[in-house]
Design a protein around this ligand. Structure first.
Ligand SMILES: [Zn+2]
Ligand SMILES: [Zn+2]
Length: 190
């Protein structure tokens, strides 16, 4: 028998579809170029991948890490830019990029699911709803109460998420990459 580099005496765990899509979202995240949180997302339909996205500046614009986003580069210095000015942040979110990549290549997202490495923000949630995405899965949760403060905004975020047939946390945030990849990608190192 010819030895194969991918062979392992240990059986490699095979991820279920939720973890499979999460791993793809995490792989997409490795490409993220944003001084803020790095996020990856994948849109799937009927168990198949339609598109992926990660956050960063629009195509052809200087990268966020190169000072391409004024808001991101000033977010620690300017309190106004830290908590607000989302509408003038030039970075495109991972979920938006996944939707827009589907649009760019003519993939229908009506009835699709989206898996993100992060619970989607207010803006992405409304765009996913309007694009016809049904299910939202995410690895890292956050509390809208802490993020938005304003009770009316929190209620609107809750109303948006209630429109999805599922809006659930998947995977174990404590085992983010590289641990997740180590669990599922063979061969085992000792
Ligand atoms: Zn940025
Ligand atoms: Zn977002």
């Amino acid at each position: 028998m010819i030895a194969d580099a991918t062979e392992s005496p240990d059986p490699v765990r095979r991820p279920d579809k939720d973890h499979y899509f999460l791993l793809i979202a995490l792989a997409a995240r490795t490409r993220a170029d944003c001084l803020g949180r790095r996020v990856g997302a994948v849109i799937t339909r009927e168990g198949r991948v339609l598109s992926t996205g990660y956050n960063g500046t629009p195509f052809g614009m200087p990268n966020c890490s190169e000072g391409g986003c004024h808001r991101c580069s000033q977010r620690t210095a300017d309190p106004l830019l830290r908590g607000g000015a989302y509408d003038v942040c030039i970075c495109v979110h991972a979920e938006q990029n996944a939707i827009l990549t589907a649009a760019r290549f003519g993939q229908q997202v009506l009835g699709a699911s989206l898996t993100s490495t992060m619970q989607p923000c207010f803006g992405c949630l409304k765009e996913m709803l309007q694009a016809g995405i049904n299910e939202v899965h995410f690895l890292h949760p956050w509390d809208p109460m802490e993020a938005y403060g304003d009770p009316a905004l929190i209620a609107q975020y809750a109303a948006l998420r209630a429109r999805f047939t599922s809006f659930v946390q998947v995977g174990d945030p404590a085992t983010d990459t590289p641990q997740l990849f180590r669990d599922f990608v063979g061969p085992r190192q000792s």
